[in-house]
Ligand binder design. Structure first.
Ligand SMILES: *[C@@H]1O[C@H](CO)[C@@H](O)[C@H](O)[C@H]1NC(C)=O
Ligand SMILES: *[C@@H]1O[C@H](CO)[C@@H](O)[C@H](O)[C@H]1NC(C)=O
Length: 307
């Protein structure tokens, strides 16, 4: 049930994505719900009970898509999802029970404000049923997935027209508008707090050296553990996953298991590179091996404020 649409990697590109969930069967939840994401920020929520858009920030400056447009688009998404769910249900000979149809679709702006692809991903009960990618520069549609081959020539042509003339331009326009209105938020830079820690392992098998960066935004960070100035190869390192903090910032940690001898013979450091930091940040590990956890260097000034 996990759906992944690549979120643009670099600071110059942005995306606007609709994540929709439709549940068919007897459920206490709204039959249909969507969230709208600008890059990795949730802008608003809509469901078939509320029938209106709820922005996470309540002021007129954040409503980059009007209620009217939202109602129009989401009721369209709703009925399309329902059609697809019923089609899948029929194909799988399912008569009763709870079934979930999910969709993720949206557009992106590349560097220099150039429209990228319009992508759409559908799944039914966690199974990918259709993937579409519409190239707005070349007006070509690529489809993959379980049901995509069943699209008739006619349906493809209709879809191409719809993407070229309606969804593509509409999405790009909304994306530009939302970027403009949410600029301060999505383009903010929040500095990481970075620490290099060492922890003596209980069974005296050595020491765990950990470089931890937390509280940063945007998500792109280069965190490197070095031994005598050389990056430690990735396969010796544990961690390295980017994790959300729940407050729209991220954290990452990288750890290395070293023996007590290695710790004495080598010099361990950590560097962090992040958009919010002018220069890369270098941290060193001291020699105070007595303490259970030693926190050698702490960034003295940490700002959580948006800049
Ligand atoms: C659904 O039922 C029909 C007719 O009984 C059968 O031909 C078909 O293979 C079934 N499909 C699946 C996915 O089980
Ligand atoms: C991380 O390193 C890569 C390769 O050196 C570089 O292109 C990228 O800009 C760096 N990212 C950050 C956030 O500094």
């Amino acid at each position: 049930m996990l759906m992944c649409i690549p979120i643009p990697c670099c600071t110059g590109s942005h995306s606007l994505l609709v994540f929709g969930t439709l549940i068919i069967g007897d459920t206490p939840f709204p039959e249909f719900s969507v969230v709208l994401m600008l890059d990795d920020t949730q802008l608003c929520y809509y469901d078939s009970n509320l029938k209106n858009l709820t922005y996470r920030q309540v002021n007129s400056e954040s409503e980059c898509i009007s209620q009217e447009v939202a109602n129009h688009i989401f009721s369209d998404v709703y009925s399309r999802m329902k059609d697809r769910a019923l089609y899948s249900k029929h194909q799988f000979n399912l008569t009763h029970g709870l079934h979930t149809q999910q969709t993720a679709h949206g557009c992106e702006l590349l560097d220099k404000n150039i429209p990228g692809a319009f992508r759409s991903l559908d799944s039914f009960n966690g199974l990918d049923t259709a993937q579409w990618e519409f190239n707005m520069a070349q007006n070509t549609l690529q489809t993959e997935g379980l049901w995509s081959t069943m699209l008739s020539h006619m349906e493809r042509k209709t879809s191409e027209l719809l993407y070229t003339n309606v969804y593509g331009p509409l999405c790009i326009k909304a994306l530009r508008n939302c970027l403009h209105m949410w600029k301060k938020y999505v383009m903010r830079k929040v500095k990481p707090r970075v620490r290099l820690l060492q922890k003596t392992l209980p069974d005296s098998t050595g020491v765990k050296v950990t470089c931890l960066a937390t509280g940063f935004y945007p998500r792109h960070i280069n965190l490197t553990l070095l031994r005598d100035g050389q990056p430690v190869p990735d396969h010796h390192i544990t961690g390295g996953e980017l994790l959300p903090n729940g407050d729209d910032t991220y954290q990452m940690r990288k750890s290395l298991h070293v023996s007590t001898e290695e710790l004495q013979q080598h010099h361990y450091t950590c560097t962090a590179e992040h958009l919010s930091l002018g220069n890369k940040l270098d941290l060193e590990l001291g020699n105070s091996q007595n303490s259970h956890v030693s926190c050698m260097h702490l960034l003295p000034t940490v700002s959580h404020k948006t800049e």
